[in-house]
Design a protein around this ligand. Sequence first.
Ligand SMILES: [Zn+2]
Length: 352
Amino acid sequence: MSDPNLICGMNYIPHTTLRAPSTRIEKAKFPVFEAHAHLGKLVIGDNYDTLYDLDNTVDTLKSFGIKRMINLDGFWGDELDRMLAKTQKYNDDFIVTFGTVDVSRLDDADFESYVYRTLKESKAKGIKGVKVWKNISLYLKDKNGKKIPFDDPRIDCIFKAAGELRLIVLAHVADPIAFFDPIDMYNERYDELHIRPDWSFYGEEFFEFNQLMIMQENVLKNNPDTTFIVAHGGSCSEDLGYVGRCLDKYPNMFIDFAERVSEVGRQPYSSRKFFNKYQDRIVFGTDMNPFNIDYEANFRCLETFDEYFDYSNKPKAPHGNWKIYGIGLEDGALEKIYYKNIEKLLNKEVLT
Ligand SMILES: [Zn+2]
């Protein structure tokens, strides 16, 4: 396959000549609760505890106006202990940790009691929520090699246990719609998939995107007493009309838009309406890790009406080759999305 980044033999990164207002926002207008962050082995690697200086990371976050964060990488057992040891200095005030369970044990006869026991133990150690990663919805197979649907009764005990233990579930269910389409000249994420073909979920070995949305809805419907934050724009930030209908149907559903400012900002009229209408149901997150701290475009998208700007500080657009626009939210909505909604959820679920 030829390099999709090369146009007429050169690496083409055009600089716009548009002279539109450009607002530099180095610090958010209000305090920010980063609700989708990774400080552990899931994203950084198994030796994460020696790879970065947490004090530096926290200082950098504070300089952007971040006042608290959810670290989703608590896992369970010894790994949870190791993660909490790394973040020990900040566990009371700055870092909230979510854990998870070992779904490779799904075929064990005692899986359900394992889930309850593990989440109870992890809660006693301080976790406030459960991260359900896409390894479940996109990759998980049973011992016979059969794909396991996200709404499978065997998985349901995780959501039931979380609800009973008043733990919030943060669920990453699907990836961008383009990742489920063929990697060809029509794919809007072709340049990215060309470099990372392992991100493609096209083909019979995977569920189709629409099947995943049906499963996601079933999980929300079957667990009305469990609070879900469905990550990455409710799994479907390309179709805010659909996400809105889900939010209308399932009062236990909240969303973040981690790694989706590129989607929010490319449909500014729809996004502005959506963010205003659902301002009580959206929490702020970016999917940050200590090596990928990228806030300015997120703030600029939410706070300004700037036009046609880069959604990332990286030299080449990482998630779709396009520019974005600001949606100019008013203060009341901004405050809820930046920190009030997630604080309310954590208080309701954890502190009562
Ligand atoms: Zn993430």
